[in-house]
Design a protein around this ligand. Structure first.
Ligand code: IPE
Ligand code: IPE
Ligand code: MG
Length: 250
């Protein structure tokens, strides 16, 4: 069943104290390692360890959806050794963490162009998703070999395949084809590591998301830092193109 969510370009969602959906670019692993005279991959290992704490902090705060950018379509361009190590870490994390996620009521989803991954990794993803699919406490999405442009083009191509005779495509018709159709648009976007860019993350879905950038490197990001981001979110007035006065009338 496809749930219908508010589209930020059509309607104004109810304002919330705690974001329903938080999307994070986990950046800064390499610099974290470099500061300690360690190889970059040591930063990635530490970064993977951080994920568990943030997932649990999100559950405690009542966040319903957490989306993490783990590997971009462009990250294949990194040195082969680093890419291989990232894949190994992904496999290890799935092997180790799915049981705990399941116990915590986490529903795991992995989105991106998964065809390029090894069969072993794809099998683990499929098993993890199947095992946790009935869980509703938190939906954790890992974006792997993901790119916002890929997502939009993939959705358009699939829509066209299903509707060969239609000419015009609407937002509403496209939405179910996007990789994150099962989640509302993110309320809060966080990027760690100090860069202030989107790096081809959820281009479509971030249309009206509140953006938060922090210098903290991902391996140093913890529940306290998450709370700072949520505090900043709470102070924002989300207008979705309207005026303040219009929002008060609602
Ligand atoms: C983010 O950390 C992790 C991935 C992109 C996989 P980086 O590896 O980009 O860390 P920096 O930006 O080089 O510090
Ligand atoms: C974005 O980080 C991708 C992930 C965190 C997975 P990058 O480190 O790849 O982004 P750029 O290259 O600095 O824009
Ligand atoms: Mg980076």
């Amino acid at each position: 069943m496809i749930k219908r969510f508010f589209s930020s370009t059509a309607e104004v969602p109810d304002s919330v104290e705690v974001p329903r959906h938080v999307a994070i670019i986990m950046d800064g692993n390499g610099r974290w390692a470099k500061k300690r005279f360690l190889p970059r991959v040591a930063g990635h290992a530490q970064g993977v360890d951080r994920v568990r704490g943030i997932v649990e902090a999100c559950i405690e705060r009542g966040i319903e959806y957490l989306t993490l950018f783990a590997f971009s379509s462009e990250n294949w361009r990194r040195p082969q050794e680093e890419v291989s190590r990232l894949m190994e870490l992904f496999v290890m994390a799935l092997e180790r963490e799915v049981t705990r996620m399941h116990r915590n009521g986490v529903c795991l989803r992995v989105v991106g162009d998964l065809a390029r991954f090894d069969q072993n990794l794809r099998d683990l993803i499929e098993q993890g998703e199947a095992r946790t699919q009935e869980n509703h406490r938190l939906t954790l999405t890992i974006c792997a070999n993901y790119g916002g442009r890929w997502d939009i083009l993939n959705a358009v191509n699939n829509w066209r395949r299903d509707n060969p005779d239609s000419v015009d495509l609407s937002e509403e018709a496209l939405s179910p084809y996007l990789s994150m159709h099962y989640a509302p648009e993110p309320d809060l976007f966080i990027r760690t590591g100090g860069e202030q860019r989107i790096s081809n993350f959820l281009l479509w879905q971030l249309a009206y998301t509140e953006l938060y950038f922090t210098e903290t490197l991902w391996p140093d990001f913890d529940a306290e830092k998450l709370d700072l981001a949520i505090d900043s979110f709470r102070k924002r007035e989300r207008r979705f193109g309207r005026t303040s006065e219009q929002l008060l009338e609602r």
